[in-house]
Design a protein around this ligand. Structure first.
Ligand code: BDR
Ligand code: CA
Length: 308
């Protein structure tokens, strides 16, 4: 089993990513780190604990991280994820599980140094926690096995501005720092591929566990409504779960390495990922971009693991 740290801003699809990662039983979950993003840090942490309790996994350590992006104001997405970030699917009373002591960037450094060359980071949120870890420990990339992050879009439009995907938009300076840190195995799971992995009502109906099925149905309702409003399809994209899917089965996607940067100084295009597809800048490629995905196979895996 690969050793994993999952970094989340829980979030409807982050919750599904957590459930997929834990229930797969194929990942050694060192911990789940939380960050400000879709919702506040406190809400993301509480949601993470609630989701872990829902699936009887309160033994997975949760460690809170950055309460804001590196230099920008936080940009919450309540229109997409609901007031509580989980589409109101897990109401009060609050859970008993709490985050551990500690700070996510420090936890990441500690664990990577404890298991050199063995830790994969799966990031499904703005990249603030990893950027802070890199600022404290610039040699970290040498000790990492792999980083897989959900974020950005290479060929296509954004989902928060015309050009930017949410995670790179919410903390573009952090995304730039990660891209230029010299991480050898750095994979992007962007909207290019996640927009192809859609969950609809028919797929949800295939979930056999009634607690999980009603949770998924309830939490994705607002998410599906929003996706339908913006894209004309009654479904929602499994953005964050696909990043976990790539860790579970690398063959789900086709990857190619390019030089990629993120815009941080534009009135219209802040947070846009810019991929030098034709290598016009002559720079060393720094990012494995997922260009294709076997969406049917991923969906089958997703439903299969949730039913296991
Ligand atoms: C990403 O933004 C968030 O709203 C989702 O949780 C996902 O990580 C998709 O653009
Ligand atoms: Ca997320």
């Amino acid at each position: 089993n690969s050793r994993i740290i999952l970094d989340v801003d829980t979030g409807i699809d982050d919750a599904l990513a957590i459930i997929l990662a834990v229930k797969s039983r194929k990942l050694d979950m060192l911990g789940i780190t939380t960050v400000c993003g879709n919702v506040s840090l406190q809400q993301a942490t509480e949601n993470t604990c609630k989701v872990l309790e829902l699936i009887d996994a309160a033994d997975v350590p949760v460690i809170a991280g950055a309460a804001s992006p590196l230099i920008r104001k936080s940009h919450y997405e309540h229109r997409v994820h609901g007031q509580d970030g989980l589409g109101g699917a897990l109401p009060e009373p609050p859970v008993s599980m709490q985050a551990q002591e500690g700070f996510a960037p420090d936890f990441i450094i500690e664990q990577v140094m404890k298991y050199p060359g063995e830790v994969t980071l799966i990031m499904t949120a703005p990249l603030t926690n990893l950027a802070l870890a890199l600022m404290k420990c610039p040699e970290l990339p040498r000790y990492l096995k792999e980083v897989i992050f959900m974020g950005g879009v290479v060929r296509g439009h954004g989902n928060v501005t015309p050009t930017a995907e949410y995670n790179t938009f919410a903390d573009p300076e952090a995304a730039r720092m990660v891209l230029h840190a010299g991480i050898d195995q750095l994979t992007q799971v962007g909207l290019d591929v996640t927009r192809q992995t859609l969950l609809n009502d028919a797929a949800i109906a295939k979930l056999t566990d009634s607690t999980l099925r009603s949770y998924v149905a309830k939490s994705t309702e607002i998410y599906i409504n929003r996706y339908e409003q913006m894209n004309g399809v009654r479904a929602c994209a499994l953005h964050d779960p696909l990043a976990v899917g790539v860790a579970l089965n690398p063959e789900l996607v086709g990857r190619r390495k390019y030089y990629v940067d993120v815009e941080t100084a534009s009135r219209l295009c802040d947070g846009q990922m810019v991929c030098d597809i034709q290598n016009r800048l002559g720079q060393e490629p720094n990012l494995l971009v997922c260009e294709t995905v076997d969406a049917d196979r991923f969906l089958e895996m997703f439903i299969g693991v949730l039913n296991s």
